[in-house]
Design a protein around this ligand. Structure first.
Ligand code: UGA
Length: 458
């Protein structure tokens, strides 16, 4: 294991905070900068502003043991550091490219206070070539900038940071790259050293490949429905092949979150600018948009069939739909680019009202208008805000389903697996379940009298 280093982490978000806490856990002395005063106040009173398994404990322990402190400015954090990790957001611009203004601002802020010989580490996902941009913004010949993309997932970020599959470091200066790699020596993970542009490319390709795997499996689920096969057994038959593996084969309502939608668009933008059309990536993105539509289509068809409406009638209009789960996956309170929200918008636009339950959102009363956090994400996804007038948030799953015509299950929270089907049957006006995450047992649901529709299974 390498010796402890003095490290600065700029940004205490979904990447920065787990990175800061786990670098401290590995023995390094970490100063983490958070410019948002509300978030900084939360951190300074010993709490964390995001829901992430194991993060609160790690932060409290490292603060108590003196290896982790929180400061307001990037320049203050960087002043004494040998390594400065840039963990600021790189959101998507309307044209699909990445907005680098946070990164440039952070680079300008640290440029004056950096010690001679300090290494700046780009952890944010950035367009290929951005490591050079940071180098130019800092504008000091004595400072090396390296790329060290993160591969951590929300919900398991602490675990992923402590036991990564690999560490990728990209730099022209091989000695600096080796020093950054050594910071993670305690993890025992293989180290891949490349040039900066290659490291940046690896990050985009990793996320795009995983998104491709998922779009492919969502398409396979549609095929299974057409031919009467069961996608869950297809997964078993595929996953034991070690060249394929079991990970990222579960079909669902479509992939979302703060990374896959942004990074697939960004890589498409990068490729197009460079003169390559990348047709397979276009199809991966289109398949994902289709998948959300398919889920709404399942609800429409099931309701139409159940209510004996004609092919041309809208099964959704005028109904009350119960929705379970709104986050982009289980294990996080993150609503960014959640397929569940896009699906809700389509259901509302088709003329239904929604009673939604989400375990990480507490309504102000037993049943309330959607909270501000949800409204913010809704707007930033470009969804029509007026549609939210038709949606309420409930305090329990059963208060969402009471009096609804159908249940739409959109996030794979464990508590939904344990749902009491008997009381759910009594709650719903029509016994219709569309399970976009395949979490319920179709046999048990049908025995309880439901019309059950999953994804890719009979
Ligand atoms: C993703 C990558 O997995 C991380 O390696 C990467 O570091 C991160 O993006 C990032 O760029 O920062 P994350 O966005 O936290 O992590 O979420 P994932 O666990 O990858 O899930 C992404 C989406 O795929 C979710 O909507 C999830 O529900 C969906 N998914 C995942 C499926 O539908 N089926 C699966 O089998 C797995």
């Amino acid at each position: 294991m390498g010796s402890p280093a003095r490290v600065a982490v700029i940004g205490a978000g979904h990447v920065g905070l787990p990175t800061a806490a786990t670098l401290a856990t590995m023995g390094h002395v970490v100063s983490c900068a958070e410019s948002n005063s509300e978030r900084l106040a939360i951190l300074r009173r010993g709490d964390v502003p995001i829901f992430e398994v194991g993060l609160l404990d790690a932060v409290r322990r490292e603060v108590r043991d003196g290896r982790l402190t929180f400061v307001e400015t990037a320049s203050e954090a960087a002043a004494d550091a040998e390594f400065v990790f840039m963990c600021v957001p790189t959101p998507e611009r309307p044209d699909g490219s990445a907005d680098l203004s946070f990164l440039e601002r952070a680079a300008r802020q640290v440029s004056q206070s950096l010690r001679p010989g300090a290494v700046v580490v780009n952890k944010s996902t950035v367009p290929i070539g951005s490591t050079r941009l940071v180098e130019e913004t800092i504008g000091r010949r004595d400072i090396v900038v390296v790329s060290n993309p993160e591969f951590l997932r929300e919900g398991t970020a602490v675990l992923d940071s402590l036991s990564p599959d690999r560490i990728v470091v990209g730099a022209d200066d091989q000695e600096a790259a080796a020093r950054v790699g050594a910071l993670f020596g305690a993890t025992g993970a293989p180290l891949v050293v490349t040039d900066a542009a290659t490291a940046e490319t690896i990050k985009y390709v990793a996320n795009t490949f995983l998104a491709t795997k998922l779009s492919f499996m969502n398409a396979v689920a549609a095929l299974c429905e057409a031919v009467g096969a069961d996608v869950r057994d297809v997964i078993l038959g595929l996953g034991y092949d070690r060249r394929i593996g079991f990970d990222f084969l579960r079909p669902g309502p479509g992939w979302g979150g703060s990374c896959f939608p942004k990074d697939t668009q960004a890589l498409l933008h990068i490729a197009t600018e460079a003169g390559y059309d990348f047709p397979i990536l276009r199809t991966v993105i289109e398949t994902n948009t289709d998948q959300m539509r398919r889920i709404v289509g399942k609800l429409d068809t099931a309701l139409r069939k159940h209510l004996r409406l004609s092919e041309t009638e809208n099964g959704i209009a005028g109904r009350v739909v119960a929705v379970w789960g709104l986050t982009f996956k289980a294990g996080t309170d993150d609503l960014r680019e959640s397929p569940a929200l896009r699906i809700c918008a389509q259901v509302l636009a088709a003329g239904a009202t929604i009673r939604a339950f989400e375990p990480t959102l507490t309504p102000e009363s037993a049943e309330a208008k959607v909270p501000r956090a949800l409204r913010r994400e809704w707007n930033s996804m470009g969804l029509d805000e007026s549609l939210l007038d038709g949606m309420v948030l409930t305090a329990t799953p059963s208060s969402a389903s009471q009096g609804a015509s159908a249940l739409l299950l959109l996030t794979e929270w464990d508590e939904f697996r344990r749902a009491q089907l008997g009381s759910l049957r009594a709650d719903l006006l029509e016994p219709v379940i569309v399970d976009a995450r395949n979490v319920l047992d179709p046999g048990a649901a049908r025995s309880a009298g439901f019309t059950y529709i999953g994804v890719g299974r009979p």
